[in-house]
Each structure stands twice: as C-alpha cells, then as structure tokens.
Design a protein around this ligand. Structure first.
Ligand code: ZN
Length: 294
C-alpha cells in the first residue's frame, strides 16, 4: 500500500527529503518457511533494483542496520549524494557496500578483493528487512501446517520512500539552474510554446500550426496527450517562456519559432535531458516523441 505518513520530525529539512508528511510504500510478506521468506525477500529486493534502474537513478544496495525494526537481515537502497544523511562505504568493484552504522570497527579495504573502500554519503530511498518470527511470535501470527500444527509465519517488511525518491531524483539529476526529471515521473513530458502576441510568427498562423501538431500528436501518441502543457502566456517572448520551461525541466519543449513560417513548417524542439536542439517537421516531432517512455 502507498499511504501518507506523518512523523514528528524534529529537524525537517532539504525540502521533501526530510519532512513531517510524506508518501511511503509499505509491504509485508508472510511465508511458511525461512526459505520461502528469503525467496520473497529476494524478489522484492530485485523489484526495487529494477525500479531504480528504470528511473535512471544511480543507486547502491547496502547492508544496513536493522535498528528499531529488528530482524536478522536488512538492506538499504541509497542514492549517493553529498547532502545525504547516511555515510556509506563501497568497494569500487561492487563487491561490498555498507552503511557505516553496520560496521563494528573501521574497515578500510574490501573484504572480498582488498581494494581500498571509498566513502560517500547517501539518501535512503528504500529499505528491506527480513524479520523472521520476531513479530509473528509476539502477535501470534500462526498458520496451520499440512499436519495441522500451528506454526509461526516468517515475515519480511519492505518500504520505499515515494516522495523522497522524487526529491532524491531531482537532487542528483538536476543541473545548476534547472530541474531534470526521470522520464517516468516527470509531471509533464512536453511543453508547447506558441509565438508571442503580435509577432510575425503569430500573423503567419504559428499558433494554429502548433495546435495542429498537438492534434496529430494526440492521435498518434494518445498517451502523451494528457502529459503536455501549453504555455499560452503569449504576452511574453518565446525566450522568456523557454527559460521558465528549462527551469521546470519539461523533458521536451516544442516551440513555434521563426522556422514555423517555412513550408513545410519547422518546429524547434529542445531536448532538455541531452541539451540538444532539433528542428523538425510535424512528422519528425511525432517520430521523436514516439520513443518516449511514460
Ligand atoms: Zn572488492
């Protein structure tokens, strides 16, 4: 389940990274044997890894302290970042990764290959715990075996910080003066910028041509239709609106600029995540956007 949580956080900070209200995904697993429970644990950890990969977020899975939750095995999913509150040690070859909290003594080289460990800070975005029977024994969470004997359920507990993933993604992917979003969670994929009121491009039907582009796009790629914003503040120059669009980080900005008066009309497309600017016909824009995953 994904729900809103409230925590009496003594030091809320870093915007959404540490706040008193946040969204979290929670999950518990109940199995009939330790082997089955470990299998569930691996399935969920694997799903978390592929989630972060699909988001395009750099992350490390580190062994973690079980803390107040308890249990025997625990991993954190950490996004390396300067402002992170956790300290991590990593083998550069990927053999070993741990939250410093878990180490009983200073560890300077990888237990597997002996390479010097590197230190980094991380933002915790997910946590998994193998709980065993710690809670099922207290709460008497039993099931009946085929021999009709009551047995304690083997449990696991899993969490993803939904609002924190958003904040961490913005933190690590963005550049100096503008936001960068993972394509899968960007609020909008596209921003359309029609010509300025009273400009030559407006007289030459630039706004109408842009609207026709949007209509064709909605037909060809209906999943993008609701993922688009029209910046119709046409009292502002295109340049001013483009600046705003760059700050907000729409992955694609489609502009009816000077070349919209050509035959066929050419649209200017800013691909923010790569920094490229393309000049494309209507068909070219649709072709480009057909590759977008949402
Ligand atoms: Zn190593």
């Amino acid at each position: 389940q994904v729900t809103r949580k409230f925590r009496d956080e003594p030091k809320p900070r870093f915007g959404l990274l540490r706040s008193r209200e946040f969204y979290m995904k929670d999950m518990y697993s109940f199995d009939t044997s330790p082997e089955a429970a470990q299998h569930s644990y691996h399935l969920v950890s694997g799903a978390y890894c592929s989630l972060f990969q699909r988001l395009g977020l750099p992350f490390v899975k580190v062994s973690a302290a079980t803390g107040s939750i308890g249990g025997t095995v625990s991993h954190e999913f950490q996004v390396p970042a300067e402002i992170g509150e956790d300290r991590l040690v990593l083998c550069p070859h990927g053999h070993f990764a741990a939250n410093v909290e878990t180490l009983r003594e200073e560890l300077s080289s990888c237990p597997a290959c002996g390479t010097k460990l590197t230190q980094t800070r991380g933002i915790e975005v997910g946590h998994t715990f193998y709980l065993g029977t710690k809670y099922s024994s207290v709460c008497k969470a039993v099931f009946y075996s085929p021999e009709n004997k009551p047995q304690l359920a083997e449990m696991g507990c899993y969490g993803l910080g939904v609002s924190r993933i958003l904040a961490a993604a913005v933190e690590v992917l963005s550049v100096e003066d503008s936001i960068r979003w993972p394509s899968l969670i960007t609020p909008y994929q596209l921003c359309f910028i029609p010509p300025k009121k009273g400009s030559k491009e407006e007289e030459e039907e630039g706004a109408v041509l842009l609207e026709q582009l949007y209509d064709s796009l909605s037909q060809a790629l209906p999943h993008l239709a609701g993922d688009s914003v029209l910046d119709d503040r046409t009292q502002l120059t295109i340049g001013k609106r483009l600046k705003d669009a760059q700050k907000l980080g729409y992955p694609y900005v489609v502009i009816a600029g000077k070349k919209v008066c050509e035959d066929p009309p050419i649209f200017e497309v800013w691909q923010q995540n790569t920094g490229e600017v393309l000049f494309l016909t209507k068909e070219g824009v649709i072709e480009l956007l057909s590759k977008v995953q949402i």
